[in-house]
Design a protein around this ligand. Structure first.
Ligand SMILES: Nc1ncnc2c1ncn2[C@@H]1O[C@H](COP(=O)(O)OP(=O)(O)OP(=O)(O)O)[C@@H](O)[C@H]1O
Ligand SMILES: [Mg+2]
Length: 231
């Protein structure tokens, strides 16, 4: 499979913005790209067409023709990890290997596939399987989205350790939501993350008044992310 698995140090760090920004940029460069969210959960359905808002954003960025069920095969209507959401609904936890089939199809149909995880790597999918297990099944390299705030060194280094423990290849780290006027701690975070993790920080995305994946994509255009992902 050719593509990238976008994970984060936490929920809400900007995985969707980064994944959609990458999809937009690769499409602009003429790459036939698909963007998918295999596991999603949420309080309510986003729209008639897409159960999850993330899938809707990814589908728009990649100009997808596939239906929601193929782009997001697993959805639980409780905003929690898939395991907990399933249990709260009295349902079985997701079939982790089963969720791989639509992804394989996307890989056959497209040149490059961007996969957004759910939450972080140790989010449970079943009693025995975590997002990191699914990432390993995809065999895709990982991109880690982190924030620059206090606590990020701990979260990012933990995420990098888990990648190594699960044998995941790390392409790089994106630091998202850098404030316009960062504190001394926030300003130093990307360099320290890179040094201590031994993984390159490929981009630092500023905090935006109106977050927009196209703006993220334009920012990525000024970096070598696309070349690194396509190499
Ligand atoms: N650079 C940014 N500046 C300002 N707001 C941002 C930025 N990046 C993301 N956001 C906003 O932060 C929120 C979380 O971003 P996003 O949905 O991309 O995170 P996520 O990691 O995909 O979250 P989830 O775990 O729910 O999938 C969204 O409302 C998004 O619009
Ligand atoms: Mg998301």
């Amino acid at each position: 499979m050719r593509g990238v698995f976008v994970t984060g140090t936490d929920t809400g760090v900007g995985k969707t913005q980064v994944a959609a920004g990458l999809a937009w940029l690769l499409k602009k460069r003429g790459v036939d790209v698909a963007a998918t969210k295999p596991f999603a959960t949420g309080e309510k359905f986003h729209s008639k067409k897409f159960k999850s808002q993330d899938t809707a954003i990814l589908a728009e960025a990649a100009d997808a023709t596939e239906p929601d069920d193929e782009l997001n095969p697993v959805f639980f209507k409780v905003p929690a990890s898939p395991l907990m959401a399933a249990q709260m609904l009295g349902k079985s936890p997701p079939d982790v290997h089963g969720a791989l089939f639509p992804l394989k199809k996307l890989c056959i149909m497209h040149q490059f596939v961007i996969v957004e995880g759910i939450g972080g790597l140790m989010v449970p999918l079943t009693e025995r399987e975590f997002v990191a297990d699914f990432a390993r099944l995809t065999a895709l390299p990982v991109l880690i989205v982190a924030h620059p705030r206090l606590g990020t060194l701990n979260h990012t280094l933990l995420t990098v350790r888990v990648c190594r423990e699960f044998g995941l290849d790390i392409k790089g780290i994106i630091v998202n939501m850098m404030p316009k006027k960062p504190s001394a701690v926030e300003r130093r975070a990307p360099e320290m993350i890179q040094r201590l993790a031994g993984v390159p920080v490929l981009a630092v995305i500023p905090e935006m008044k109106k977050p927009d994946y196209k703006a993220v994509g334009r920012l990525f255009e000024k970096t070598d992310i696309a070349d690194r992902l396509l190499s």
